[in-house]
Write a protein that binds this ligand. Sequence first.
Ligand SMILES: C[S@@+](CC[C@H](N)C(=O)[O-])C[C@H]1O[C@@H](n2cnc3c(N)ncnc32)[C@H](O)[C@@H]1O
Length: 249
Amino acid sequence: MDSDPRFKPHEVLAPHYSAPEDKQPFLRRVFDESAPHYERIASWGFFGTGNWYRRWALQRAGLKPGMAVVDVAAGTGITARAAAAIVGAPGLITCIEPSLGMLRESERQLPEAQHLQAGADALPLPDAGCDFLSMGFALRHVENLETAFREFRRVLKPGGRLLIMDITKPDGRVANAVVKFYFRDFMPRFTRLITGSREATYLMEYYWETLDHMVDPTRVLEALAAAGLDEPRRHVEAGIFSEYTARRP
Ligand SMILES: C[S@@+](CC[C@H](N)C(=O)[O-])C[C@H]1O[C@@H](n2cnc3c(N)ncnc32)[C@H](O)[C@@H]1O
C-alpha cells in the first residue's frame, strides 16, 4: 500500500537533511552519537520527567502485570524499564530501536528483555503477539504515521492497547512562548552544560525543529483511525505531554 503523504509527521527539515530518503540515516547517526548522553538529558531536561511520568502514563493507559509489551523507539530503554516495573518481568518486554548505539545502552540496562534493531514502519515481529504497545517521545521520527500505526495494529492482539507519549506545543500564546524558550533556547545550552557533547547539543536543536514542525495532534488521531484502530484518543498533561491511546478491534 502507498503511504498517504498527509500522514508524514513533518516535512523535510533542511539543512539537517535535505531529501525524504535521508531522514532515517540522519536520525540513526544523531541518535548513535548522542546515545551515551541520552539518559542524562532525559532525567535532567524535559522538566525532570524521567521514569515516573512514563510509569504513571503506562498505568493509566491500561498496562497491567503479566502483559507482553512491545516498546517501539525504545532508545536507551527508559519507557521499557518503566513498563517492566509494571508487568513484573523484564522478559515480557520487546524493545524495538533503529539506532544501534541506543539499542546497546538499553540492552545493558535491561538485559532480560528482547532487543531488535528496527524502525516503527516495519516491525520484525509476528502478528498479534503482544498485549500492549508503547512508544515514548519518537512519533515525529517515523516515516509515515499511518504506516507505523498499521504495524502497531498488526502486532497487537485483538483488544490490545497502545500508548504513544509525545511532547506537543501548548495552546495559548504565553505558554507557547515559554515552551519555545525552553526547547529552542534553554535545552540545547543546558544539554551542552551537563554533557559537554556537541552531538547531544545538536540533537536538542533538532528536537525543537521537529516540535515546531510536527503535524497537528488531530492528524495523529486521524492516522490512528485510518490504520484501523478503535477509540483513538488524546489526553494532555501539563499542557504539553500528549498521550495518544487506541485499541486493536
Ligand atoms: C527521544 S528518543 C526516545 C527514547 C525512549 N522511547 C524514551 O522514552 O526515552 C527517540 C528514539 O526514537 C528512535 N527512532 C528514530 N527513528 C525511528 C523510527 N523510524 N522508528 C522507531 N524509532 C525511531 C531514535 O533512535 C531514538 O532512540
